[in-house]
Design a protein around this ligand. Structure first.
Ligand code: ZN
Length: 129
């Protein structure tokens, strides 16, 4: 086992377009974003794991008024996506018009993607599959 995964690596992986989750070495639970210990068994033994990139929309919201750093990007979607591996992540939702949220269907299949605003500013995102 190598070093314990860190939040910094997690964020860097997204910048690199290489999203990975944590996997508990002891019980196999997949977790993202990172936590210091497993939600399932409390173990602190975690390792990186690749994910399928498949998921479903559990919930979403449209951001119209954002913190300063994101103000120029509004409106945009933030969705809660349940990954096929069972963990839930919040991410941008691509492929829908943010002004037509009625067209977004909960439970829709989505796949992993990234939104690149500018170099060094890449976000985890999902696109309707
Ligand atoms: Zn565990």
């Amino acid at each position: 086992m190598s070093e314990k995964p860190t939040v910094e690596e997690y964020l860097q992986n997204i910048q690199d377009g290489q999203f990975k989750a944590y996997k508990c070495v002891d019980c196999g639970m997949v977790i993202a974003p990172p936590s210091g210990s497993c939600y399932g068994c409390g173990s602190s033994k975690m390792e990186w794991t690749n994910i399928s990139g498949k998921g479903k929309i559990v919930s979403f919201t449209v951001i119209h008024i954002a913190p300063d750093a994101f103000a120029e990007e509004t409106p945009y979607y933030i969705a809660i996506v349940e990954l096929a591996e069972g963990t839930r992540v919040s991410a941008r939702l691509l492929g829908h018009d943010p002004l037509k949220p009625e067209e977004v269907k909960l439970g829709s299949d989505v796949k992993l993607d990234y939104e690149t605003i500018e170099p060094g500013k890449k976000y985890l995102a999902f696109r309707v599959a």
